[in-house]
Design a protein around this ligand. Structure first.
Ligand code: NAP
Length: 246
């Protein structure tokens, strides 16, 4: 069986491609969102209980190979997968979409983490589209001199910034939609993680068009020693080769 650590569009694409080829595939989701988009094939939901428990799971479920296709900011599960696969002797591939590149007209400020993003806000804008996701919003709770449009899939836990509006929504987002959102809310600053990919990039395209600044949170470091590809097709070829060998 091939295990995909998922929660991303690329993970769903890979699961669909393997399933369509008759390969036994299980996708693992963290269970963070209340109504996840379910991939093709088998799905299991919830944490494993750390790297040792994941290593046991790999052995018990006769996993031939694993693909870590989790989000670029999901640090803990990637570290856990690297340790567990090494421990259980299961080949591991990382599938990670490339980050976004600055283009002419962009006014980006790169920061290391959400705390640094919060600290940079007061000098860059007063009406913020905050699209860093539901987790970690406490970093912005102390920013009292800006108004926030907080966009996430499910309602976040407090604390949140004192002046905010919540927008529950999930991508993919269109350029026309992002333009309209920015205009209607008089947004003058976009704050985002460097998630990469096409599904959520339109906010940055809309900001560029309007000459607005953006704060972009850099990706965290990856576990070392894990082979990495950026294209779903390459991860598919790798998984099929492991499946055939198994
Ligand atoms: P994280 O901090 O790396 O993970 C925290 C814990 O959640 C892990 O230690 C693991 O628990 C469990 N977990 C995470 N992903 C899992 C998976 N695919 N299958 C089973 N257990 C998983 O991750 P996160 O940032 O909370 O993200 C959770 C999920 O949401 C990820 O799967 C990711 O692909 C997706 N996602 C994250 C973001 C983001 O910005 N972080 C954005 C979009 C989607 P145990 O230690 O108990 O195994």
């Amino acid at each position: 069986m091939i295990l995909i650590l998922g929660g991303t569009a690329e993970a769903r694409e890979l699961a669909a491609a393997l399933h369509a080829r008759g390969v036994s595939v299980t996708s693992s989701l963290a269970g963070r969102v209340s109504r996840p988009r379910l991939p093709a094939g088998e799905v299991r939901i919830g944490g494993f209980g750390g790297p040792d428990a994941l290593a046991r799971w790999l052995e018990e479920h006769d996993v031939h190979a694993a693909i870590d296709a989790t989000h670029p900011f999901a640090e803990r599960i990637s570290a856990s997968a690297a340790r567990a696969c090494a421990q259980a002797g299961v080949p591991l591939l990382r599938l990670e979409r490339p980050g976004w590149d600055e283009r002419p007209g962009d006014r980006w400020t790169w920061v290391e983490d959400l705390d640094a993003a919060a600290a940079a806000i007061p000098r860059l804008g007063a009406r913020v589209l905050l699209s860093t996701g539901r987790q970690g919003l406490a970093a912005f709770a102390g920013v009292a001199d800006a108004w926030f449009l907080v966009r996430c899939v499910d309602p976040p836990d407090p604390p949140l910034p004192p002046r905010h509006e919540l927008l529950l929504d999930r991508g993919p987002y269109t350029l026309a939609g992002e333009r309209a959102l920015i205009e209607a809310n008089r947004v003058d600053l976009v704050v985002t993680k460097d998630s990469g990919g096409e599904h959520t990039v339109a906010k940055l395209d809309a900001a560029r068009e309007r000459g607005l600044p953006a704060i972009v949170v850099r990706r965290p470091p990856r576990p070392s020693g894990v082979a990495t590809v950026v294209a779903v097709a390459d991860s598919l070829a790798w998984a099929l080769a492991r499946h055939d060998a198994g």
